[in-house]
Design a protein around this ligand. Structure first.
Ligand code: GLN
Length: 248
């Protein structure tokens, strides 16, 4: 069940987030520590998105296991960013294996990731997807539950919703339409990260001027704190607040 990570703070190398931590996304691609029964490895693709100074995010995604990519380690060593969203993918049975299915999904300044599964896919999502503009449906990134979730969140953002409300509102309507779904979402614009905790684990680590949110702690630092299920986290480099997801 995919593992994802977001960072906000002073610029750091992608390598320090992806490759150096002992239990980072590289290790989680073949030996995650907490999958909650949702698969065993995360070998169906990976992606990282980061914000160049003053610019819109850039992505590097592949449909192969992260450990088999020989290009990203060199890029990651020399690329620095103060906002990063990355993920390794364990494809849900029946869903396509393609680069476009690997998070982060993106539009404009937004990056998005989903860790989990929509129960009853695809039928359970039909009534919600039917409300999306036809253009969004025929240009969907890829036919997966995660891509439809992104289209639903994006639709709310385009309509002017606050990011926290776009995430919480989407989680609420999908849980109502597809009970039992696991909907850990990450959304960032490079300044704020919104994360839902709905069915999978999420830990946060706040340091003096940075914040990390990750499916599982990437090292043994005692600063990692598990966020309880049913919470929505809104984090910036300088602060973090949580509220009940259902309060949306
Ligand atoms: N269901 C999504 C996919 O197949 C996410 C999978 C996951 O979290 N493992 O891409």
């Amino acid at each position: 069940m995919c593992r994802h990570l977001a960072y906000l703070g002073p610029p750091v190398t992608l390598r320090s987030l992806l490759y150096d931590p002992p239990y980072g996304l590289l290790r989680q691609s073949w030996a995650p520590r907490d999958m909650r029964g949702g698969g065993t490895v995360n070998a169906d693709g990976f992606g990282v998105g980061w914000y160049p100074a003053g610019g819109e995010p850039v992505r590097y995604r592949r449909a192969q296991p992260m450990w088999s990519d020989t290009t990203l380690p060199e890029l990651a060593a020399v690329t620095t960013a103060g906002a990063v969203l990355a993920a390794v993918r364990s494809a849900t049975v029946g869903m396509p294996l393609h680069e476009t299915a690997a998070a982060p999904f993106a539009e404009g300044r937004w990056l998005f990731s989903h860790n989990g599964v929509v129960r009853g896919w695809p039928d359970a999502l039909v009534p919600l997807a039917a409300r999306l503009p036809v253009r969004d449906l025929i240009t969907l990134d890829v036919p997966t539950d995660s891509a439809v979730l992104w289209a639903l969140v994006r639709d709310r953002l385009r309509a002017g919703a606050e990011p926290a409300d776009a995430v919480a509102g989407t989680v609420a309507e999908v849980l109502a339409a597809a009970p039992g779904s696991r909907l850990n979402l990450l959304l960032t614009d490079g300044a704020t990260v919104v994360a839902s905790v709905a069915g999978h684990a999420l830990s946060v680590r706040r340091d003096r001027d940075s914040v990390l949110l990750a499916s599982e702690p990437f090292d043994d630092d005692p600063g990692w704190q598990a966020v309880p299920d049913g919470q929505l986290v809104v984090a910036t480099a300088s602060g973090l607040r949580t509220r009940a997801l259902a309060a949306a």
